[in-house]
Write a protein that binds this ligand. Structure first.
Ligand SMILES: [Zn+2]
Length: 234
């Protein structure tokens, strides 16, 4: 089992770990700060250092998780230093928290649900479900999201037991079944504003997001709308 360091420290960029398995194209480590991908958040990239060598981590496979390596592979038992491509990850973190703000505003103020999202580096696709959701309403959701960001609320991470979690159905926003297999459920809370069960990486306070810009609005039918947003430095 790999200890997932990013769960408790999203800002960890550099770490040391021991190789516990070498596979065809990569390695499994005893601990990692590399996000393996999942929940709409893309995997990290970066590099590993060992002996006097430097190899690239070009991708991650969730099973393992496997760090897919380009270059020479270390051996089982070797200690490596892992370095996450921080520019990419930080843009993804800002985007991830931005989507939670949008989701919180949509849910709290307009009763609009988010049915799915895909994050990219600085951009996101968000699927919204609501009867006759108009472009104007989407614009209002984004405007209100930017006012929430300006309040610079803190973002915190904590865990609930499965029993505690069952008492709070509002935490299951996108996929309720996903969390049934965990004993402890990780919650990401934008203090006093929004809380969701979530396994991704987030910024510590909303100001770090910058500003959300609506790029595109698409109607996918009466109830389903798809929007594309990006985050910009304020
Ligand atoms: Zn999330």
């Amino acid at each position: 089992m790999t200890q997932l360091l990013y769960l408790d420290d999203s800002y960890l960029k550099r770490f040391t770990a021991t190789v516990i398995e070498v596979v065809d194209d990569g390695v499994i480590l005893d601990r990692t700060a590399f996000y393996p991908g999942g929940g709409g958040q893309p995997h990290d990239t970066g590099k590993i250092l060992f002996r006097n060598l430097e190899s690239l981590v070009t991708s991650m496979k969730r099973e393992g998780p496997i760090h897919v390596i380009e270059g020479q592979l270390p051996e089982v038992g070797e200690e490596i230093t892992g370095i996450v491509d921080w520019e990419r990850r930080y843009r993804i973190m800002r985007t991830h928290t931005a989507v939670h703000v949008i989701s919180g505003v949509a849910y709290r103020d307009f009763g609009v649900s988010i049915t799915g999202n895909q994050l990219y580096e600085g951009r996101a696709r968000v699927d919204l479900s609501f009867d006759n959701l108009s472009r104007d309403l989407v614009k209002r959701i984004i405007e209100e999201s930017n006012s929430v960001i300006n309040e610079d609320l803190k973002v915190k991470v904590y865990y609930l037991t499965r029993e505690e979690f069952k008492q709070r159905p509002e935490l299951m926003r996108v996929n309720s079944k996903l969390y049934e297999k965990y004993d402890r459920i990780r919650v990401v809370e934008i203090e006093g504003f929004d809380a969701q069960a979530d396994g991704g990486t987030h910024v510590r306070s909303l100001r770090e997001i910058g500003k959300i810009v609506l790029e595109k609005y698409e109607s996918k039918g009466r109830k389903n709308k798809r929007i594309y947003v990006r985050v910009e430095n304020d």
